[in-house]
Design a protein around this ligand. Structure first.
Ligand code: HSE
Length: 308
């Protein structure tokens, strides 16, 4: 039976994961976006915001609409669709708010059209929306938001994306301080060139992180979750980031870093209990400095974007 309406969940994601700048990310079980996608008879894409978040409703500026149009253009499809945002991750929070919307839109439209594309083949269309938000076409939020798990982008041209296995007791704590950092602005802080010595550090750390995840070697993961490309420049926007990192690691975090372009901060942890106590340490870091903060404690989500 041809469906005329679907509801889709697009998960929040932690990208970069320390040394995987623009290359690595993972999906969380929650929070996430929820979007209803339904056919309309107007031949146009129409946007409705019931999420309570402030969102652009211009189809040139709304990231989900840009992704949806990119997919429809590729298919030469002139049907009309409503995108109804019913639940939205706060934009600018650093947990892949744009990616969650982009993947929800393309998964929903693909479903209503009878799935002409396999899920992984939707990545380039979702990336077109992400470009509007960040000014660059990275997929380190899009890939895990769509496919779930921990994903590594081995290469962009052509896209070569692999799932990285990880230990079953790996959990994550994310703290979201009420500060807004726009990825577009935050990317301008990063130098375009890095010295060879710095590049080698980053390569070693990313290789170490991948090896540590695959083999469940927590000390190796811990030594590897360090970003020398972006974090040193971006964390200047957060109060006492060095103290936050030190306190999280002392409380039992396996590795702490900026989630995407921030301001959210993630800690990889062994087990739910440890993630909960590290999350509390991170939350207090901000609240004791007068900044309201929310925490999310989650396993890595195997599911990625799904019809609900
Ligand atoms: N890799 C991206 C960045 C993620 O760090 O800018 C944020 O969208």
């Amino acid at each position: 039976m041809v469906k005329s309406e679907v509801k889709v969940f697009g998960p929040a994601t932690v990208s970069n994961v320390g040394p995987g700048f623009d290359l690595m990310g993972f999906a969380l079980e929650s929070p996430g976006d929820e979007m209803i996608i339904r056919r309309n008879n107007s031949g146009k894409l129409k946007l409705f915001n019931e999420s309570g978040c402030d969102l652009p409703l211009d189809t040139e500026k709304n990231v989900a609409a840009v992704s949806a149009k990119s997919l429809l253009n590729e298919l030469g499809n002139k049907d009309g669709f409503d995108l109804v945002f019913t639940q939205k991750i706060n934009p600018g929070s650093g947990v892949g708010s744009s990616a969650a919307s982009c993947v929800a839109a393309v998964v929903g439209i693909n479903e209503l059209l009878g799935n002409p594309f396999e899920t992984a083949a939707l990545i380039p269309y979702a990336m077109d929306g992400e470009r509007v938000a960040s000014g660059s076409t990275h997929a380190d939020n899009i890939a895990p938001a769509l496919l779930g798990g921990i994903t590594l982008i081995r290469g962009y041209d052509p896209l070569d994306i692999k799932h990285i296995p990880y230990p079953s007791d790996l959990w994550c704590a994310v703290v979201h301080p009420e500060l807004e950092i726009k990825t577009l602005e935050s990317r301008k802080l990063i130098p375009e060139q890095v010295p060879l010595k710095v590049a080698l550090q980053q390569c070693g750390n990313l290789a170490g992180l991948v090896a540590g995840l695959i083999t469940g070697d927590y000390p190796l993961i811990s030594r590897s979750v360090t970003d020398v490309f972006a974090e040193p420049y971006r964390t200047q926007q957060l109060p006492d980031f060095d103290i936050l990192k030190k306190d999280s690691l002392s409380a039992g975090s396996v590795g702490t870093g900026l989630s995407g372009s921030g301001p959210s901060v993630f800690s990889l942890c062994r087990g739910e209990e440890m993630a909960t106590s590290v999350g509390e340490v991170m939350r207090k870091h901000f609240t004791s400095r007068g900044i309201t903060a929310a925490t999310y404690i989650s396993r890595i989500s195997e599911a990625g974007c799904k019809i609900i």
